[in-house]
Ligand binder design. Structure first.
Ligand code: 3PG
Length: 396
């Protein structure tokens, strides 16, 4: 098919353009990545799946002799500078760094780059205009490059300038990682084998609450863990000793269809006074958690109950660890329920979220999954048909 015909086909089928459909040869290409990982030792950061997943797009662009300019948010607003060495090891190519994202200094650095070189820009969220979705900021970013590639599926549920405004000014397309994630998620959306089991946990409650009702309508079972389970236990006054969540979260949690027989909550939990994993922990019923404690994992009986449901599943969609799995003492829920998931060989298994991916890698479960999507909120939003502004903004 000629280039013009394939462009026309893409437009008619409403499909977003792929990286292979834009001419990047020798061009300056701005790539939006998701390097939002915790700031740890270089070695640990290099092991983070989010770093490895960025390699195919960057390698593709290097082969095409493009100037590769990388842009991402990072670890709760810190400087992204420590990633320079980590990325150099991952791409097996020196990565240069400039501590800004826009302006003359950045432009000069890019002008001085040779084709086939890589430059990392500063954490994009140090600019308030990013989250404000400022058109001005998007235009400034776009002025740095000829082409924009979005390879950050995991943050594309956000309405932020580096995702939605850059494509207004320069040609844009999806990166290789984004293309791959969408392909498998489409399979889950269109042809899910029943029973469908959704497992929802993790620390980010807000981006997940809205999808719980979607899964209560469309899936056969919804198993809750992590912070979202804690919030439901509190709002339903089961864990009545724990502090009341803020109004926004409470209102959102109240909207969950609590009477649905498909909704499963922890019947026992691991409680402790803090999350260090160094203080005493105990397994107890949610109602018996004292006001001095908090809940950091699901208990043994819950793991068994969840395991029974998972063993019958045809499709398993999992976003968010079931406990504070960074600490060994709070990792049993994620680890054991993960083992039930891989034991079910016939099910299509999809896992989403940076922390979930990391936990699965740590427990050696990752290679047994059909898809690992590195954004939990984004994956759930996509499957449930919610808005993905970062994808919608891309060129067709
Ligand atoms: C993630 O870590 O899930 C993505 O990078 C999105 O991050 P955010 O929730 O801070 O937007």
């Amino acid at each position: 098919m000629s280039a013009t015909l394939s462009k026309l086909f893409a437009m008619l089928s409403k499909k977003r353009r792929k990286i292979s459909e834009v001419d990047v040869m020798g061009k300056c290409v701005l790539v939006r990545c998701d390097f939002n990982i915790p700031l740890e030792s270089e070695e640990k950061m290099l092991e983070n799946p989010r770093i490895r997943q960025a390699v195919p797009t960057v390698k593709y662009l290097l082969k095409k002799k493009a100037k590769v300019v990388l842009l991402s948010h990072f670890s709760s607003g810190k400087s992204i500078a420590p990633l320079k060495e980590v990325l150099s090891s991952a791409f097996k190519k020196k990565v240069n760094f400039v501590p800004e994202c826009i302006g003359e200094k950045v432009k000069k650095k890019i002008d001085e780059m040779e084709k086939g070189e890589i430059l990392l820009l500063e954490n994009v969220r140090i600019y308030k205009e990013e989250k404000e979705n400022s058109l001005w900021f998007g235009k400034k970013l776009a002025s740095l490059a000829d082409i924009f590639i979005n390879d950050a599926f995991s943050v594309s549920h956000r309405n932020h300038a580096s995702l939605t405004k850059i494509p207004r000014f320069i040609p844009s397309a999806m990166g290789i990682l984004m293309e791959r994630e969408i392909k498998v998620l489409e399979k889950v959306k269109k042809n899910p084998k029943r029973p469908i089991v959704a497992i929802i946990g993790g620390a980010k409650v807000e981006s997940k609450i809205s999808v719980v009702n979607y899964f209560l309508r469309t899936a056969d079972h919804v198993l809750l863990g992590g912070k979202i389970a804690n919030m439901v236990l509190i709002v339903r006054r089961i864990a009545f000793n724990l502090p009341w969540p803020d109004t926004k979260i409470r209102k959102a949690v109240e909207k969950i269809e609590h009477t649905s027989p498909k909704l499963h909550l922890p019947v026992d939990v691991i409680a402790s006074v803090d999350n260090t994993g160094e203080r005493e922990t105990r397994e107890t019923a949610p109602a018996k958690v004292s006001e001095k404690e908090d809940i950091f994992d699901i208990g043994q009986e819950t793991r068994r109950l969840y395991g029974d449901i998972i063993s019958e599943a045809g499709t398993i969609i999992w976003a968010g660890p079931l406990g504070f799995s960074e600490k060994e003492v709070f990792a049993k829920g994620t680890k054991e329920v993960g083992a039930y998931v891989i034991e079910n060989e016939k099910a299509l298994k999809v896992v989403g979220g940076g922390d979930t991916g990391k936990a699965f890698q740590q427990f050696n479960l990752l290679h047994r999954m059909d898809l690992i999507s590195y954004g939990g909120g984004a994956m759930l939003t996509y499957i449930s048909g919610g808005k993905m502004p970062g994808i919608e903004a891309l060129g067709k």
